[in-house]
Ligand binder design. Structure first.
Ligand code: SF4
Length: 369
């Protein structure tokens, strides 16, 4: 590769690169982002990486990646009269301040391969303001086929998997949820995430009542002790229905966990919620208070990226993802199909290996359970 002169190598804003990387013909979906991420780790905040590329799609995809990763795209130069090759100058951003720790549940990373997430569907009776999955009554269902869920679970368990978490959307809107859970919970303990609003009567109640209490734990979303915050984030009347659902599930003999999702400015609600959960007998270990993730419908929240969040493999009907809060983020898609699980895990292990090789700065655990 011919090196540009020192003057040419300076970006439009006059920043000399601390490191250069030749991406050749790689596009952002074939390893380029991982390589750049590794290169970025070798420079300090405020320093510049100069990327050489001959792949036109990089011009469209890289700005979005830089924004998500907290970096600044300074300059794009075309060395070929509109056809490339191109040089892109990217300034490394400062690490984002971590979310306040006192309110939010902390945890240790689970070994990759021990926990698997499965989206049963994406449609929902609610359309919460922070929904990372962009679920709503109008969302495409993207139903997880029962046979795919069963095969994924079998493969996962055969490889040592110990915990399956089924989420959505609202899982009780999946017309075959009972069968899906029978096929999976017979192999591994399942935690089922629900808003607890639609299983209170009819055939969905029958589905609930038929579930194996020993194998299935319910995790219900409840954001506040009183309706105000919960209903503001999740819809009028949803707090009362969630409380009714929690009581019903407990009466039916289920272990019920409760998960609250809060913006930092609403953290003061956490203590009142703990008092309310004490009153209805939800154990401390069965509570998680998590911050909003800056994904899906959420305009602000914790930044989620390969660099900042520990991986928790997540399968949907149409792919696999780095983490369950990132299933609308194309930069965190690991595979275009949910199977085989082994391939999904191998890709994630490769990403981690690159990060470790690049002197990983460490990622935070983003607790959803
Ligand atoms: S956060 Fe949960 S309950 Fe709310 S819209 Fe999303 S999937 Fe539905």
């Amino acid at each position: 590769m011919t090196r540009p002169s020192t003057e040419e190598r300076h970006g439009a804003k006059g920043a000399a690169p601390a490191v250069e990387f030749d991406g050749g013909n790689m596009d952002c979906g074939s390893g380029l982002l991982l390589s750049i991420t590794s290169a970025m780790r070798r420079i300090g905040a405020g320093e510049v990486l100069l990327l050489h590329t001959r792949e036109p799609s990089v011009l469209a995809d890289l700005p979005a990646w830089a924004r998500l990763a907290g970096h600044e795209l300074l300059d794009v130069r075309d060395d070929g009269g509109g056809r490339g090759p191109w040089r892109l100058s990217i300034r490394r951003g400062s690490p984002r301040p971590p979310a306040p720790r006192a309110t939010f549940t902390e945890g240790t990373a689970v070994p990759l391969g021990s926990r698997l997430w499965l989206y049963s569907n994406f449609h929902c009776n609610l359309a919460c303001s922070y929904c990372c999955a962009e679920s709503s009554p109008k969302a495409s269902a993207r139903l997880m086929p029962v046979e795919v869920a069963a095969a994924a679970t079998s493969e996962f368990v055969a490889q040592g998997g110990r915990e399956l978490l089924v989420t959505g959307g609202e899982p009780f809107l999946h017309p075959q949820l009972g069968t899906l859970l029978a096929e999976t919970a017979s192999q591994v303990p399942v935690t089922l995430l629900t808003n607890a609003m639609v299983f209170q009567r009819g055939t969905r109640r029958e589905t609930l009542e038929a579930l194996d209490r020993k194998a299935v734990t319910l995790q219900v979303s409840l954001d506040s002790a009183e309706p105000g915050l919960h209903d503001r984030q999740r819809g009028a009347g949803s707090h009362a229905k969630a409380m009714t659902g929690i009581r019903l599930a407990r009466e039916l003999g289920f272990r019920v966990r409760v998960a609250a999702t809060l913006q930092p400015e609403d953290a003061a609600n956490a203590e009142a919620l703990h008092v309310a959960l004490d009153a209805i007998g939800i154990d401390r270990e069965d509570r998680v208070i998590r911050p909003v993730a800056e994904e899906g419908f959420a305009a602000q929240g914790v930044h989620i990226s390969l660099d900042t969040v520990e991986p928790e493999p997540t399968l949907t009907a149409d792919g696999a993802w780095w983490h369950p809060v990132a299933v609308t983020n194309p930069h965190l898609k690991v595979a275009d199909t949910p199977l085989p699980v082994e391939q999904v895990l191998d890709v994630m292990r490769d990403v981690i290996a690159v990060q470790v090789a690049g002197n990983s700065q460490g990622r935070a655990v983003f607790r959803c359970t």
